[in-house]
Design a protein around this ligand. Structure first.
Ligand code: NAD
Length: 509
């Protein structure tokens, strides 16, 4: 059993677990064992109890409480960064900027906007219904089950957790089995705030475990599932959720294209490509995974990218540009994709070597050319430090290559001519497009984030992210308390001819 309150198993529990199958969590973190189905059901039950009180707070009171959570995170920043670095192998600045800072800014945005977004909303009732008043209400769903991945273990659990809480829900969350200590740290933060305030200690229940524990959550009595992870698991989550028609938000993988036009600022584009592909060792759902460059500037662009990449500092601690890859399974995928590409004719201009950083197997940042869409490295999610670059001859071909994917998460286009940029912004099949930058849309809290195609369903962040965690209720009020309504019984003989005349009149043009 592993939960918020007692993340370490007792000796008896550990013995019992050893008798069972050794799970991925137990292999990677022998200090922990997987939550059982009973643990998950208990967590949901506790969460439902807490929901009864939490959901009764006004939005303002929720904001006041969650502001304390933000402050607690800010006050614990060093401790949080240490846990993230220990669990993932990323460099501290990545944890600090891409996880803690982004999360705190998102929470602030929710604080400042939730009342406007989830407050009751008057709507126009139209001419025929002018004697009514219409209102939309955004009510909490209940308990939201959150299943998160390992690549950004703080922001990708805290993002959906905070959206759910601001919307009046309570939460049961399962962190990835690869990075469970970050999940335990999250639980600790909420516990501390609850304890200091003498209430709501149970707002967020954390259950630790491998994939099957995630499935326990999907099968439990949670009211919605917010899942972030791979396409394969996302499909499984949706299939299981469909058995009880449980709503899901799925934030899944990507193979994000970057298109460089011949009028782009090449110095900026080359630096952007390197950052977009190699930050967090490329283990980012919206990393630049494939680059298409106009043939006129191809050689110059490649030269610049190779130059920057060959100077990157990869290793442990501060003063590095990138850290280690998080775990062996991901490194093996990167090696497989590199091998497949080389066998099919790709040329590695720099990097691609195996290296070990603090006992983590990693790969040095690799730039490839002579790549095409027969190669896994151009079609499947690599999720590692690789930057394959391909040439295109005109904008139509550039767009066709960018859209030749089952994924559609992020994308970027680089250039000056606004009409050409607009062509890509409009036609790129992706949930997000960045212009002359990459990945940055995620850091703009007001922009909804999510994918099309196999990259997912639903949105996080922004207004849509908050409404995703709400139940929409439409309310129609009668305004005048008349004795009867024209369509009520007994039906008047004039109603039928009158309705015909009205239809004709209202549809003259
Ligand atoms: P994963 O799908 O292997 O696991 C994600 C989570 O799902 C883990 O907590 C895992 O334990 C759990 N899980 C596994 N099987 C389950 C099941 N049957 N039911 C319920 N939960 C189950 O993904 P990962 O390797 O942890 O993360 C990497 C993937 O996540 C990449 O594909 C990446 O692109 C994607 N990702 C997407 C976003 C986004 O916002 N779109 C963000 C980050 C990562």
């Amino acid at each position: 059993m592993t939960s918020v309150v007692d993340p370490k198993p007792s000796a008896v529990q550990a013995d019992a677990a050893q008798e069972k199958q050794v799970t991925l969590l137990m292999q990677l973190h022998p200090d922990l064992t997987d939550a059982t189905v009973e643990d998950v059901d208990k967590a949901v039950e506790i969460s439902k109890e807490c929901f009864l009180k939490w959901s009764k707070l006004s939005i303002r009171d929720r904001v006041a409480y969650l502001r304390k959570v933000r402050k607690e995170i800010a006050a614990s920043v060093d401790e949080i960064v240490d846990v993230i670095v220990e669990d993932t192998g990323k460099i501290p600045v990545e944890a600090l900027v891409n996880e803690v800072l982004v999360t705190l800014e998102l929470i602030k945005w929710y604080e400042n906007n939730v009342e406007r977004i989830l407050g009751n909303e008057r709507v126009s009732t139209g001419l025929l219904m002018a004697h009514k008043r219409g209102e939309i209400r955004y009510q909490p769903l209940g308990v939201v089950g959150i299943v998160s991945p390992w690549n950004y273990p703080l922001t990708l659990s805290m993002g959906p957790i905070m959206a759910a809480l601001f919307a009046g829900n309570t939460v049961v969350v399962k962190p990835s089995e690869v990075t469970p200590h970050v999940g335990i740290e999250v639980a600790e933060i909420f516990r501390r705030v609850g304890e200091k305030n003498g209430q709501f200690e149970n707002l967020v229940q954390v259950v630790v475990g491998s994939g099957h524990v995630g499935e326990f959550i999907v099968r439990s009595k949670v009211n919605k599932v917010a899942f972030t992870g791979s396409v394969k698991t996302g499909k499984r989550v949706m299939s299981v959720a469909s058995e009880t028609l449980k709503p899901v938000v799925l934030e899944l993988g990507g193979k994000d294209p970057m298109v460089v036009l011949d009028d782009a600022n090449l110095d900026r584009a080359a630096k952007g490509a390197v950052w977009g592909a190699f930050t967090n060792s490329g283990q980012t759902c919206m990393a630049v995974e494939r680059v298409y460059v106009h043939e006129k500037v191809f050689d110059k662009f490649v030269e610049k990218v190779v130059d920057i990449t060959s100077k990157l500092r990869q290793g442990e601690g501060s003063n590095m540009d990138l850290g280690a890859m998080t775990w062996q399974r991901q490194t093996d995928i990167v090696r497989r994709h590199l091998k497949d590409a080389i066998e099919k004719g790709a040329k590695v201009l720099v990097g691609g070597q195996d290296i070990v950083i603090n006992s983590r197997q990693s790969v040095s940042p690799a730039v490839l050319v002579d790549v095409d869409h027969t190669m896994d490295i151009m079609t499947q999610e690599t999720f590692g430090p690789v930057l394959p670059i391909m040439k295109f001859k005109d904008d139509e071909e550039g767009l066709a290559l960018a859209n030749d994917s089952v994924y559609g998460l992020n994308s970027s286009v680089w250039g000056k001519d606004t009409s050409r940029i607009e062509y890509f912004v409009k036609n790129m099949q992706a949930g997000n497009v960045c212009v002359n930058d990459t990945m940055v849309s995620y850091a703009i809290s007001a922009l909804p984030f999510g994918g099309v195609g196999e990259s997912g369903i639903g949105r996080t962040h922004g207004e849509e992210g908050l409404r995703e965690m709400s139940q929409i209720k439409s309310v129609a009020y009668d305004r005048f308390n008349l004795k009867t309504e024209v369509q009520w019984m007994p039906i008047a003989s004039w109603l039928e001819p009158m309705a015909k005349r009205l239809i004709k009149f209202r549809n003259r043009w």
